[in-house]
Design a protein around this ligand. Sequence first.
Ligand SMILES: [Zn+2]
Length: 211
Amino acid sequence: VPVVPVGQLAPVLLRPGFGDRIVVEVRAQDGAAPRAATLEHLRQVLRDASGKEIVLDGVRRLGGEGRAWTSATIVEAAAAASAAPTSQVTLRLLFLRGSFEDDTGVLGVAVRGDVAAVFSDQVTAAAGLLVAPAVIEDAVTIHELGHLLGLVDLVLRAGRADPAHPGHSPNRRSVMYWQVESGAITQLLGGGIPTELDAADRAELTAIRAG
Ligand SMILES: [Zn+2]
């Protein structure tokens, strides 16, 4: 599989002519499995964006302990747990124990065009008393999916992204706002944690899909 930078698989995912379905391999370590509602939301967002059939493969179990993950070890884990033939349009979403590079402020990360991870321990820790972990898990999962779909401005380069936080929406009501994947997510509590793409995000996906 060629190494595709984050967001650069979006045209293949979204445009017709690259198959009529997308497989999402969902893998989770013990104690890190995502909620069913999170996966249903993921399926819905991906289906709305692509118009394609979405096939969720998993949740299947991923072995090993929580650790300080890196982009390289996440990609290795995704490959080792993959069931897909390389010809298939496949996304790989891992729910992991531990942290990213020992940074407990990272809730999720997209590391390659087809690979993203959510750090379930950090999601739980960020939730605290004020917000349900289910809401944060949902928000972070959709945020990372958004990056794999080319948001924000990873493909079109139209100058729409937050200049201080490339790849992110300037709108704090968008799930693509930068703080959504950080431990500072609860600073967004006033007005609610965003879990949905905003109109500008959806328009960007439509533009990518149109080619
Ligand atoms: Zn992000």
